[in-house]
Structures are given as structure tokens and as C-alpha cells.
Design a protein around this ligand. Structure first.
Ligand code: GLN
Length: 532
């Protein structure tokens, strides 16, 4: 095992796609036969992303162990093809919590506890611990935020120290910046120069500069960046806008980043893996297209449903069609008496709270009554049970106790969740075993009886109503907790109607798509062909 560190920082502005850059570097290394372990540093003071609003922060991604993290960890899992846990996400909150706990236990032996060395030591030992434990060759660490942010300073200082502690060929820094165009179409390098200056002022010098630009960097732009920022021309890499994020590793390869990484880290290519390139080729060759309506609450925030969007794309690769997403704001549906959704499939994703919930229920009713392929995930699954109870069984007041008080709480808290909530509350999180009922659609899709999927919810199908639901034709095809909790519903009367209490999107990979998504997209494609 060799342990090398690649740090990825960002300059100029946030939202440059640093996470995708880091994930793509990871993919390049995997393709050359190396084992990579990623770490994301989020310099905010929150312990984790669990309490963060998708409006502000994009999707909350859930790891196998139940940690709620930044969506970049989703990119890492999808690009690098690994499963991560909470220790792969460092936040200021976690670092300070450890330092304060040590201080209270007297571990600092009476010293004054300071950012340097105590906080920086904690950061370095966290990174090294995770790296060593992983058995990987290369540890890839992305620092969230922008160089110069006050929150990021202790992390950059820790990295500066590591640079001196590691051998030259075991440490490298990739800096991602913006190269804007001026009115005349000239590629401007000044923002990059300034942000590198900022890095240097804290003792860090980039080894590679990735320039985000709407187009490829021109040779003279690269030369200028090389000269002013003191990196070889071959280490100035274009990161031009692309519609397909999975192409980024391939574009980096065209730019020679793979070769430069090997050279700088003094490594040899061990293998030449091609499955990523093949996947991208398949994706780009897709001709037929299906339209999936996603009915949600934050549909105008591009990042709030990233994993859903990606999982649909993965399903499309398998079903051999492009998936176009029609984003529908559920509150808009609420305002209308009659609704019409022109799509080949309707997906209602996870969510919380009252706002927009009735609009989602309308969309589910529309899908059920018109036999349009339907996939409900978590909140979408719960609302499907409510819709069924209201409009098929006839309990007009059926609801979730999250949303209203009712005589028919078909979605409710289980007694133990009530206890947890009384203590301050947490959700049922992470990977949990689900048992599928032989002969059901879910069983056919997965092709096995035991599956492991990630959860993030508090409410459940109320066990008291299971029999009523089944009597009216809803099939419960997946259970957990020894049959006590309902995990999957389906409605065999329709061509495709599936709801899952868990979030299958978090385990979907471009080369290993999630079965419910594959089934759903295939059904949508068939439906589309019939409609024509
Ligand atoms: N709000 C629902 C619950 O807490 C669903 C959560 C979700 O969709 N992630 O159970």
C-alpha cells in the first residue's frame, strides 16, 4: 500500500463543480488500477447535513451507516464506485466536538487549547486515520467552500502542515478556478491569478489548476495561467461546460490529466479499465426518449433531487432510452381543480411537511387512475398509501399524522419512534434489510429475497391498516423489522405502480442501476410506445 494525498480546493466562487472535479480525478485513478478513498471536508459548523434545508444546500445524501451528508459524497460514490460512511465527511462541528471532548477529559494536560496545533492536529489525524484504515493507495480530499473563506482556514493550515510532513511525491494540490469570458470572448485569467495568490499567502502552491470555463481553455490562456501561477502548462486543465457530468473524467483524460497525475505522484499505470468510457458511450448513443414527471417541492433548485435525476439516467442506460425530466412544482397542482400531466411516467420523491403534499397526492391519483407508470419514494410512497385509502377505500380523511390529525392515520409514528421523538428526535436512517415477498413485482425486479436499501424517515405505514389496504388490492411486497414495517407497495391492476419507504436512488450507480428505477423507466418506455 502506498499512501498519497490529493487535495482539491476551489477559488473565485462557489458552485464551480469542485465535487465533480474531485470525483472525476478519483475515477481517472480507478481507471488506472488504483484504489481511491475520498474525504469531503465541509467547513460549516453543523455536525452533519441532516438539519440543512435543500433550498439552501441541495439534496441531503444518505450514506449506508445513516450519516446525512453533502451531495458531493453522492458524486464520489457514483463515480468511484465505493460505499462511504460518516467518517468520509469531516465538518468543523465534528472536529471541534472531538477537540472539546478531549479537553474535557483532560487529554491536553493543562495546555491552552488552540486552533494551531490542536484543531489542525485533529484534522490531520482524522484524514490519516481514514486513509490508512481504507487500505487505499490514494486519498482524495476535497475542501468545500472557497479559498479565503474564514471557516476554511484551519483546514488549509492543516493541509499546509501535511505538505511538509509528507514526501513531495505523496502530496499534491489541485485548485479549481473560474475562467470567465469577457464581452469580446476573451478568456480572462485574472480571477485565477488572484485566487492562486490567496492560496500562496497561506503557504500553499497548486500543482494542477483546473479552469472551469464555458469552453476549452485556449493554448495562450493555459500559457498565461502557467506563467503567472507557476504550474507547468501541461498541469493547466480545461474543464469546459458539459451537459453530461459523466463525461468529465473522459475530458480530463483528453487534457492529459491522467498522465500528469501519474508523473507528479511518481506512479505507473497499473491497469486500463474501460467500463466508465463504455458506459458514457452507451449513454451518448441513446436515441429514444421518455419523459418522466417529477412532482416535488424544490424543483426549481437544480440540486435538490440530484440522486433521483441520476438514478433515472442510470435506469435509462439499462432500458436503452434517454430520460427527460419534467419538473413539476406540487404547489402548482394544488391550485388547479383538474390536472393533466403529459408524461410517460410520474415520480413522487421524498419530502417533508404539509406544503405541496396535497398536490403530490393529486399527481398520484392521476397516475393511478390513468394507469401511468408510477414510482413513489419515501414521502411519495406514504402519500400513495394515503391516496389509496382516500380514493379507493373511501376514507376521505385518511392522512399522515405528520400532516394532520385524523381518524384514519394510515401513515403514523410507531410507538418506539414516538419515544425517540420525545427525546429530541432522529430519523430511521441508513441501510436496513428488506425482505421481499416471492412472486411480487418487487421480487422480480430485484431478483432476490433480501435487499439492503437506505432509509431516511420518521413515519411509517400504520400496521393497523395493512389488512384494509390489501383487501382493496394494494399488495405489500416488502417488509422489514420481522414483517412489522411496510417497505414496498405495489398495485398489480396497473402496468407499473410501485412505492418504496426507502430511497433506492442512493444506491444507484451508472453501471449498476437501481432495480426499481430500471423497472420504472422500462415501463415508461413501453407505455410511451403504446401511446404513440
Ligand atoms: N416526511 C416523511 C417521514 O418523515 C418522509 C421522509 C422522506 O421522504 N425522506 O417519514
Amino acid at each position: 500500500m502506498i499512501m498519497k494525498y490529493i487535495f482539491v480546493t476551489g477559488g473565485v466562487m462557489s458552485g464551480l463543480g469542485k465535487g465533480i472535479t474531485a470525483a472525476s480525478i478519483g475515477r481517472l485513478l480507478v481507471d488506472m488500477g488504483y484504489k481511491v478513498v475520498p474525504i469531503k471536508i465541509d467547513p460549516y459548523i453543523n455536525i452533519d447535513a441532516g438539519t440543512m434545508n435543500p433550498f439552501q444546500h441541495g439534496e441531503v445524501y444518505v450514506l449506508k451507516d445513516g450519516t446525512e451528508v453533502d451531495l458531493d459524497l453522492g458524486h464520489y460514490e457514483r463515480f468511484i464506485g465505493i460505499e462511504l460512511t460518516g467518517e468520509h465527511n469531516i465538518t468543523t462541528g465534528k472536529i471541534y466536538r472531538n477537540v472539546i471532548e478531549k479537553e474535557r477529559k483532560g487529554e491536553y494536560l493543562g495546555q491552552t487549547v488552540q486552533i494551531i496545533p490542536h484543531v489542525t492536529d485533529e484534522i490531520k489525524s482524522w484524514i490519516r486515520r481514514v486513509a490508512e484504515k481504507s487500505g487505499a493507495d490514494i486519498c482524495l480530499v476535497e475542501i468545500g467552500g472557497t479559498v479565503g473563506d474564514i471557516e476554511g482556514m484551519p483546514f488549509l493550515e492543516a493541509i499546509r502542515q501535511m505538505k511538509n510532513e509528507e514526501k513531495e511525491e505523496d502530496f499534491m494540490l489541485v485548485h479549481v478556478t473560474l475562467v470567465p469570458l469577457d464581452k469580446g470572448g476573451e478568456q480572462k485569467t485574472k480571477p485565477t491569478q488572484h485566487s492562486v495568490k490567496e492560496l500562496r499567502s497561506i503557504g500553499l502552491q497548486p500543482d494542477v489548476i483546473v479552469g472551469r470555463c464555458v469552453e476549452k481553455l485556449r493554448p495562450e490562456t493555459k500559457k498565461k495561467i502557467s506563467l503567472f501561477c507557476d504550474v507547468p502548462v501541461e498541469a493547466v486543465i480545461s474543464d469546459e461546460d458539459t451537459d453530461e457530468i459523466y463525461e468529465v473524467p473522459l475530458k480530463f483524460k483528453e487534457e492529459g490529466l491522467d498522465r500528469y497525475l501519474l508523473k507528479r505522484l511518481k506512479l505507473e499505470k497499473k491497469e486500463e479499465r474501460t467500463e466508465w468510457a463504455e458506459m458514457v458511450r452507451r449513454l451518448k448513443e441513446l436515441k429514444e426518449e421518455v419523459t418522466i414527471a417529477v412532482v416535488g417541492k424544490y424543483t426549481h433548485v437544480r440540486d435538490s433531487y440530484i440522486s433521483i435525476r441520476e438514478a433515472l439516467k442510470h435506469g435509462g442506460i439499462e432500458a436503452e432510452c434517454k430520460v427527460k425530466i419534467l419538473w413539476i412544482e406540487s404547489e402548482e397542482l394544488e391550485k388547479r381543480d383538474e390536472i393533466e400531466i403529459d408524461a410517460d411516467g410520474i415520480l413522487v420523491p421524498g419530502g417533508f411537511g404539509k406544503r405541496g403534499a396535497e398536490g403530490k397526492i393529486k399527481a398520484i391519483q392521476y397516475a393511478r387512475e390513468n394507469d401511468i407508470p408510477f414510482l413513489g419514494i419515501c414521502f411519495g410512497f406514504q402519500l400513495a398509501v394515503i391516496e389509496f385509502a382516500r380514493n379507493v377505500i373511501g376514507w376521505e380523511d385518511a392522512n399522515s399524522s405528520e400532516l394532520a390529525e385524523t381518524d384514519h392515520p394510515v401513515i403514523d409514528l410507531l410507538p418506539e419512534q414516538r419515544k425517540i421523538d420525545a427525546l429530541g428526535g432522529t430519523m430511521r436512517l441508513g441501510e436496513i434489510e428488506v425482505t421481499l415477498v416471492p412472486g411480487t413485482m418487487a421480487h422480480k425486479l430485484y431478483g432476490k429475497e433480501k435487499i439492503y436499501e437506505r432509509h431516511r424517515h420518521r413515519y411509517e405505514v400504520n400496521p393497523e391498516y395493512k389488512d384494509d389496504l390489501e383487501k382493496h388490492g394494494l399488495v405489500i411486497s416488502g417488509y422489514s423489522d420481522n414483517g412489522r414495517r411496510v417497505e414496498i407497495i405495489e398495485y398489480p391492476k396497473n402496468r407499473f405502480y410501485l412505492g418504496t419507504q426507502f430511497h433506492p436512488e442512493f444506491k444507484s450507480r451508472p453501471y449498476a442501476p437501481s432495480p426499481p428505477f430500471v423497472g420504472f423507466v422500462k415501463a415508461a418506455l413501453e407505455f410511451k410506445r403504446q401511446r404513440l
